[in-house]
Write a protein that binds this ligand. Structure first.
Ligand code: NAP
Length: 461
């Protein structure tokens, strides 16, 4: 049996140490989940929705304790106050959508027949969650899975290992039947074993592309369905007719909130040449106002990255871009907390960048953004699509019809106009290319967590 140790990016202290589940413990958890699910799927939908609501209330009641705990585990400043507002929005939306999403599909009546498609729960769902939005990403699947009549096993990230325990605490407080929801501390090997032995019926993985590949390989040949929500290199395109101040302010926040560790954070910006000079000037000015420091301090607006190795990746990408001629607009010396060999990394805005530089094509997942000048919609489109990823893309303009036209041509899971780094639970959360497969949230999220069962009953012979 191994151990998972969570080391704080704040000051290197050990936040938590947990033993990984033993083979017998995993076996019991899977058996209990299956037994609980067999009963749970028969409970009325209203009861399942009620459990989701109680779970949400129980989770929300933990907010005060969770905010500093989260800061210690992954570095998000306490001033931002946790993830529970969007958690509530997502839970309530999935409850609202449940009746329509889980109702039988009834085709055109045919005399003498009763025909419909029922949406059966898939069974036991494994949720593998990342540390960057550790509550939100897990809620996206856990809540609709439970509402749809499934049991859930959660494997949370090592960096936010305590979040899994908070989920268990809230489910227990909400009165979830024994075994219906189980947080397990799992090694990668044991996770793979569960998948390769058909231990679960569906797996939702949110994390890196490499991790997604491993999960797909582990599940290969078992016919376990796989939902993958992976990395991104999300672009923004600022057209000449954009609301200038609004675009700059939102794109600064979209790039640097959570130290840039948002799957749908802004990583590259293409600005029409008419606005470019002014845009860069204001963008750099706003970015220079971030206060990098200890996330437990109320004055801090930019925390450390979750791990030194993540900060080092951003440092490498930035150094490579500078060596190839990029211009850095911020001086790390103006951010006294910035220190090599630590997760504390100053924000950086780069210009004179192009797509030969890793910082413009590989996921940075950190507080750096590259800005390029473009002459036309066509040039912006070409650059936006020049990426192995496709999670979200945002277009900043006052022309909604043009935004829709351009949106049709962008290879992406979500197109925004005048908005970014946000997830609307009424819409499918999905990606193209290396960003993954499947969809969560919305009605389509329920489709991934159920399987169709057709009833074709002849009444008259
Ligand atoms: P990660 O290293 O892939 O880890 C994600 C989760 O998967 C963790 O629980 C991790 O466990 C587990 N994991 C990774 N490889 C595994 C394997 N081979 N077998 C079993 N479990 C495995 O990703 P991360 O660094 O936590 O998260 C950042 C990445 O997630 C970024 O690329 C980001 O874009 C992406 N992301 C995408 C979305 C989206 O909606 N598309 C949302 C959020 C984040 P351990 O922690 O124990 O290693």
């Amino acid at each position: 049996m191994g151990e998972i140790v969570c080391i704080s990016p704040v000051d290197g202290r050990e936040v938590a140490r947990r033993k990984t589940a033993s083979a017998p413990e995993i076996d019991v958890a899977l058996k209990e989940a299956r037994a609980a699910q067999a009963a749970w799927r028969k409970t009325p939908l209203a009861e399942r929705k009620a459990l989701a609501l109680k779970f949400m209330d129980a989770l929300l009641s933990l907010n005060q304790e969770v905010v500093p705990e989260l800061a210690l585990q992954m570095g998000r400043p306490v001033r931002y106050g946790g993830e529970f507002r969007p958690v509530e929005e997502r839970v309530r939306t999935m409850i609202e959508l449940a009746d329509a999403s889980l109702a039988d599909i009834v085709p055109k009546p045919r005399d003498g027949f009763r025909r419909f498609v029922r949406r059966d729960p898939v069974g036991v769902v494994l949720v593998i969650a990342p540390w960057n939005y550790p509550f939100l990403t897990a809620v996206n699947t856990i809540v609709p899975a439970i509402i749809a009549g499934n049991a859930v096993i959660l494997k949370h990230a090592s960096q936010t290992i305590l979040v899994g325990e908070r989920f268990q605490q809230a489910m227990d407080k909400a009165g979830a039947p024994k075994g219906l929801f189980r947080n397990l501390v799992l090694s990668h090997d044991d996770t793979s074993k569960i998948l390769s032995s058909s231990g679960v019926d569906h797996v939702n993985f949110t994390g890196s592309v490499e991790g997604g590949r491993s999960i797909e390989r582990a599940a290969a040949g078992t016919f376990t369905t796989v939902g993958l929500e992976l990395g991104g290199k999300d672009p923004a395109y600022v057209r000449a007719d954009a609301n200038f101040d609004y675009a700059v302010e939102n794109l600064v926040d979209g790039a640097f909130y959570n130290s840039g560790q948002c799957c749908c954070g802004i990583e590259r910006i293409y600005v029409h040449e008419n606005l470019y000079g002014r845009f860069v000037e204001k963008y750099v000015d706003l970015t220079s106002r971030y206060v990098l420091g200890n996330p437990l301090d109320e004055a801090t607006t930019l925390g450390p990255m979750a791990h030194t190795r993540f900060a080092d990746l951003v440092r490498d990408q930035t150094a490579e871009a500078l060596a190839k001629g990029a211009k850095a607009h911020l001086d790390p010396n103006d951010f006294p907390a910035d220190k090599a060999g630590t997760p504390y990394l100053a924000p950086q805005v780069l210009t004179n960048v192009d797509h030969s530089m890793r910082v413009m094509v590989e996921e940075s997942f950190g507080p750096v953004v590259g800005i390029m000048k473009v002459k036309s919609d066509e040039e912006a489109l070409k650059l936006m699509n020049d990426s192995p990823y496709g999670l979200t893309a945002s277009i900043w303009t006052s022309d909604i019809d043009r935004a829709e036209e351009l949106g049709e041509q962008v290879e992406t899971g979500t197109v925004y106009m005048n908005r970014c780094d946000y997830l609307d639970p009424s819409l499918a959360w999905t990606g193209v290319k290396d960003t993954g497969r499947g969809a969560s949230l919305s009605e389509l999220g329920y489709a991934a967590l159920t399987r169709p069962k057709s009833f074709h009953l002849r009444e008259k012979i």
